[in-house]
Write a protein that binds this ligand. Structure first.
Ligand code: BES
Ligand code: MN
Ligand code: ZN
Length: 496
């Protein structure tokens, strides 16, 4: 998909998206332009159907003539619009436009809302709008159709129109373009079936990414992982015929490096639960247990294009969690890379074991901060549902900063605590700790477990188990993978 910034009279689209406010009658330049094309008929029609007074996310479709289609999308009342609501509205409008275009070109105008916003971080200008709208349009148009036989017409090009395209708009549009690509990349990889997406397959993709973007690449096979003593990670993978792989890509800025960040993505390519096998319904979506890995591999591609003065590491411990004669067992005691011992209480709590070794590995990289992204606990769904990601960590400044940026990136995050009290949940008689501790405070307990395997004082953990893959569509995204936290993490890195 291509994105172009254009003046109104340069547009080649045959399908247009215009926005209207519920409490402001004024018409946008694009609307006026299309009205002229229709000799004023658009305005007459729209008044007849009372279509300019759309409430929030209400859509009105109008055929300007035989070729040209218009989508009018309601932004609601000015004081109520947030960045997130704007993003939702664009996604819904783009989805409405999806099958209307014949020439595959969709034009969309930008919007700003600087007045009367509830809170400062909700306000956005035209350049913010460019970034938000590009991501949202691509979210709205996304589909995973490679296994579908019916081929509907597709939108290939999106023209972003604004009278005064400034350098800042162009710059933010670029961030939007690469961010939206990262999201599409991750969603495609998550959607793909687990019999294809094995650790080897992801490792090959990582190799290709490294080559294309000239990144440093370390791809470790089983014996190399063994020599690093990643025994917790290895135990999880040992029940599968598909061998584990460890991926480490590095983006290094050309001249100056202001800061170094390591991103770890949980990479269980299928989580059957191991010997503590999951019930059928819980297993149904477990091809998505590599959402964290797919996301960090998406993010590093965007970073390689955007070229910030930040060194970024993308790290994935990839394996399958399967029940078999060679599986790791309840009661096994594993020694992680840092020497700490773990008694296996439940083989379905495998993510934290793979992350433990990945966190230890990051201790050797001398980075300024470590962030892991993981579909880690079902408990986070009970606590926060499917539209809020949990953030935990050991540095309040880092967390506060990230929460701010997530909000500006149209994503919801909420902090959960890691307190010393949680230690008792994981007490073991024969090892330093157990890997699970009952049903209570599952997300925090997992966070406490992870905190034992990093020396970083700038470590943050994002539990995306509820948000990475959704069964029911939300305002922005249809059911399936969401690419959650990719926007927030790219903006977080770019803001350093
Ligand atoms: N991958 C799951 C967590 C998960 C659950 C992700 C639902 C997406 C949707 C993880 O490996 C897991 O199985 N966690 C267990 C831990 C428990 C045994 C302590 C869980 O949450 O049930
Ligand atoms: Mn599991
Ligand atoms: Zn899992």
């Amino acid at each position: 998909m291509r994105f172009l910034t254009k003046k109104i009279d340069e547009l080649e689209a045959d399908t247009f998206i215009c926005f209207v406010w519920e409490d402001d009658e004024s018409k946008t330049k694009l609307f006026q332009h299309l009205n002229e094309l229709s000799n004023g008929e658009l305005m007459r029609q729209v008044y007849e159907y009372n279509a300019t007074k759309r409430t929030f996310c209400e859509i009105f479709k109008y055929a300007i003539n035989k070729e040209k289609m218009l989508i009018i999308a309601g932004l609601g009342k000015k004081k109520d619009l947030t960045r997130q609501k704007y993003s939702q509205c664009v996604a819904i409008a783009a989805r409405a436009a999806k099958n209307l275009s014949k020439n595959g070109i969709l034009a969309m105008e930008l919007t700003e809302n600087l007045s009367d916003c509830k809170c400062l971080s909700d306000a956005f200008n035209m350049s913010d709008s460019a970034q938000i709208a590009i991501c949202a349009a691509r979210i709205g148009l996304y589909e995973f159709n490679k296994y579908l036989n019916d081929n509907k017409p597709k939108i290939e090009t999106i023209e972003i129109t604004e009278d005064n395209i400034t350098d800042e708009i162009e710059k933010n549009a670029q961030i939007g373009v690469y961010t939206s690509f990262a999201m599409k990349f991750a969603k495609d990889l998550i959607n793909e079936q687990a019999q294809i997406v094995t650790p080897q397959y992801v490792a090959n993709i990582a190799k290709d990414i490294a080559q294309e973007h000239k990144l440093e690449a370390k791809i470790l096979n089983k014996s190399e992982i063994q020599s690093l003593n990643m025994n917790a990670f290895l135990a999880v993978g040992q029940g599968s015929i598909n061998e584990p792989k460890f991926v480490h890509l590095t983006y290094k800025p050309k001249d100056q490096t202001k800061r170094k960040i390591a991103l770890i993505g949980k990479g269980i390519t299928f989580d059957a639960g191991g010997l503590d096998i999951k019930p059928a319904l819980s297993m149904l979506t477990m091809k998505s247990d590599m959402s964290g890995a797919a996301s960090v591999l998406g993010i590093i591609q965007a970073i390689a294009k955007l070229k910030p003065q930040i060194e970024v590491h993308a790290i994935c411990a990839l394996c399958e969690n399967m029940p078999s004669g060679s599986s790791y067992k309840q009661g096994d005691v594993l020694t992680a890379m840092n020497g700490k011992t773990i008694e296996i209480d439940n083989t379905d709590a495998e993510g934290r074991l793979t992350l433990a070794d990945a966190l230890c590995y990051c201790d050797k990289l001398e980075v300024d901060e470590v962030i892991d992204l993981a579909t880690l606990t079902g408990a986070v769904i009970v606590a926060l549902g499917h539209n809020i990601t949990a953030v935990l960590g050991n540095n309040q400044n880092q967390i506060d900063n990230f929460i701010q940026i997530a909000k500006k990136s149209c994503e919801n995050v909420w902090q959960m605590p890691i307190l010393d009290e949680l230690k008792d949940n994981l007490k073991s008689d024969i090892a330093d700790m157990k890997n699970t501790g009952g049903r209570n405070a599952g997300t925090s307990t997992a966070g406490w477990f992870l905190s034992n395997f990093t020396k970083s004082e700038n470590w943050m953990h994002l539990d995306i188990a509820g948000t990475a893959y959704i069964d029911k569509s939300n305002k922005e995204t249809l059911s399936g993978p969401t690419g959650v936290m990719i926007r927030s993490l790219i903006n977080y890195i770019m803001a350093q």
